[in-house]
Design a protein. Structure first.
Length: 166
């Protein structure tokens, strides 16, 4: 997805959230707030975005509510951690939808070298009635911004499907 397509997808998602009266929050690691930023690009987004957490470090994830045991048992780069991130931010902000995203873009993470595999990304949604997680392998990108937009495009694609039936 090209940058303008990703921006358009998030604009559409934000409008759907507004129309349905749903709230959303994010806990983002590898995208470092890009999804929340894309939500706020749409007028009226303050009605739906309850807050966001940038949890780039393991300590931040734990501080925001991800169980330390989850990070230690499954690693910071796992589907379990992405779901725990989505659950934690949804609970923290009492939102209808929590989005969690973690993974490695570009080079391996020196802070977590044993579990950091470039191009592997996990994201998840915690809804009031269920939780769903996704894993994707990314193609190499030229810039970190391009990685972030690619991941935000993947998240938008799955979120749009959820919103169709929510």
């Amino acid at each position: 997805m090209k940058e303008n397509e990703v921006r358009d997808a998030w604009h559409e998602i934000t409008k759907i959230l507004i129309d349905k009266g749903l709230t959303i929050t994010t806990m983002e690691s590898c995208t470092s707030g890009q999804a929340a930023s894309l939500i706020t690009d749409t007028e009226g987004s303050s009605a739906v975005l309850k807050g966001a957490c940038i949890s780039y470090s393991n300590e931040a994830k734990i501080l925001f509510g991800v169980p330390k045991e989850t990070v230690e048992k499954y690693s910071v780069y796992s589907g379990q951690t992405a779901i725990a991130m989505a659950r934690a931010c949804r609970s923290l902000f009492d939102a209808d939808i929590g989005v969690g995203v973690t993974g490695t873009m570009g080079n391996p993470d020196p802070a977590n070298p044993a579990s950091s595999i470039p191009g592997q990304v996990w994201f998840a949604f915690a809804l009031r009635d269920r939780e769903v997680g996704f894993f994707r392998t990314l193609q190499p990108e030229d810039t970190r911004f391009a990685y972030k937009m690619t991941v935000c495009g993947l998240i938008a694609g799955e979120l749009r499907k959820i919103l169709e039936v929510y």
